[in-house]
Ligand binder design. Structure first.
Ligand SMILES: *[C@@H]1O[C@H](CO)[C@@H](O)[C@H](O)[C@H]1NC(C)=O
Ligand SMILES: *[C@@H]1O[C@H](CO)[C@@H](O)[C@H](O)[C@H]1NC(C)=O
Ligand SMILES: *[C@@H]1O[C@H](CO)[C@@H](O)[C@H](O)[C@H]1NC(C)=O
Ligand SMILES: *[C@@H]1O[C@H](CO)[C@@H](O)[C@H](O)[C@H]1NC(C)=O
Ligand SMILES: *[C@@H]1O[C@H](CO)[C@@H](O)[C@H](O)[C@H]1NC(C)=O
Ligand SMILES: *[C@@H]1O[C@H](CO)[C@@H](O)[C@H](O)[C@H]1NC(C)=O
Length: 224
């Protein structure tokens, strides 16, 4: 041991301390709030050519919900009092609000993973774009599954993760419920604002990273 070595040891020690702190920081949940929130909504767009989502049965299966749970958030979908729940028609080009819990996943981000049972010919792209109406992407589904995407076995359970938001205290405390809203071709901030009856400026502040021409945005929603 010479004096010359001491500074090196010191540097080594400092680097070690720094690494441990970084590791501790990473291990902490970075979700805000830490455990997510009990309720978020997904905006499920029923396309013109969607033959399955013509009533709520298909949507309730995809999201593992009972039909009355969906109806609660969609007063516009009217039920004929004499007919069974599964015959509630969903007109094409309608956005259905689907409730779900917004969890902190991998201690890293807010989302919810739905189990989708693959059928012959399914691909991640089809699952994301068609069955889950762009509430997720091919890439994001691919990252949550350990399967070979070109060869999905029939009947296998696929993780389909939909991102969500519980708000942001730095932006406003007035909103606590958020809609995960996939922007459709041709929509922009003005259309999203009009569709949801929320001022454009409010939506913009919650989605500073979005260019409002594609992808997901989070729109403040009213409760029940
Ligand atoms: C149908 O809806 C009613 C209330 O609207 C509910 O009580 C009943 O459980 C529902 N049935 C099914 C099978 O979801
Ligand atoms: C509801 O949609 C499903 C397909 O998702 C279909 O099999 C069923 O016949 C439909 N029910 C009615 C009453 O139209
Ligand atoms: C999802 O996005 C793709 C690509 O923009 C589009 O072709 C498709 O119609 C969208 N799906 C729904 C249900 O809107
Ligand atoms: C969901 O959130 C994660 C983490 O922020 C992000 O990497 C991913 O691209 C998002 N997925 C979608 C479909 O927006
Ligand atoms: C779905 O996610 C769970 C938890 O992360 C994982 O254990 C499982 O292997 C995933 N499923 C597939 C098909 O990769
Ligand atoms: C907007 O952002 C999306 C990603 O969310 C990107 O794919 C697209 O190219 C962007 N569009 C423009 C016009 O910048």
């Amino acid at each position: 041991m010479t004096l010359k070595n001491t500074p090196l040891n010191l540097i080594f020690l400092l680097v070690l301390v720094l690494l441990i702190e970084l590791w501790a920081l990473k291990a902490q949940s970075i979700c805000r709030p830490k455990y997510g929130c009990d309720l978020a909504l997904a905006s499920y767009y029923v396309a013109d050519d969607d033959e399955e989502a013509t009533n709520l049965t298909h949507i309730s299966h995809l999201f593992s919900l009972q039909i009355p749970q969906i109806l609660k958030f969609n007063p516009n979908l009217q039920k004929n009092p004499n007919s069974p729940n599964d015959s509630i028609p969903v007109p094409p080009r309608t956005r259905v609000r689907v409730p779900f819990t917004c969890d902190c996943l991998n201690e890293d981000f807010l989302g919810h993973t739905f189990a989708y049972t693959a059928r012959h010919g399914d691909t991640y792209r089809r699952i994301a774009q068609r069955f889950f109406a762009n509430l997720t992407t091919e890439d994001w589904v691919g990252r949550m599954n350990l399967l070979v995407p070109t060869d999905l076995p029939d009947g296998v359970r696929i993780n389909v993760t939909v991102n969500c938001s519980c708000g942001d205290g730095h932006v406003s405390r007035d909103y606590g419920l958020f809609l995960t809203y996939p922007i459709r071709n041709g929509e922009g901030l003005a259309e999203v604002a009009a569709e949801n009856g929320v001022p454009a400026e409010v939506i913009r502040r919650y989605n500073v990273e979005s260019n409002f021409s594609a992808g997901l945005v989070y729109v403040p929603a009213k409760g029940l």
